[in-house]
Design a protein around this ligand. Sequence first.
Ligand SMILES: *[C@@H]1O[C@H](CO)[C@@H](O)[C@H](O)[C@H]1NC(C)=O
Ligand SMILES: [Cu+2]
Length: 138
Amino acid sequence: MASKQVYAILAMMVAVLPATTLAKVFVVGDEHGWTINFDYKLWAADKDFWVGAKLVFHDPVGVHSVFKVNGTAFQECIKPPPSEALICGNDIITLLTRGLKWYFCGVGKHSEVGSQKLAISVQSISRAPAPAPSPFGA
Ligand SMILES: *[C@@H]1O[C@H](CO)[C@@H](O)[C@H](O)[C@H]1NC(C)=O
Ligand SMILES: [Cu+2]
């Protein structure tokens, strides 16, 4: 029966989920990339960031940049020295520790006016539930 197949497929998907959430690579902004006038708060809202996951910023050199900053600098868009910017065009950041992380673009007023800023909360892997029965409990 068709419904049995559907259940079988659903069961497989649930079984695969925990493994895929662990070493995940997030392309920030997905196909929009790292740019102005995109809602990164909304983008981050439905995602779980675990220690070990990677963030990829598609930040064209000379157009955008990435700064990792503290919460105060994030709120007030205080730019660190330019030497601290990540400007390789395809910056990959591995999330090494749990806690809140803040990033913004230091070019022009992209952070202040263009809302080009990303705040995420990284969770520790040791707190991840065991592979069964459901990754959505906590
Ligand atoms: C946050 O970052 C800003 C800009 O780099 C710096 O001036 C400030 O001292 C930092 N605040 C804390 C609490 O580290
Ligand atoms: Cu920018």
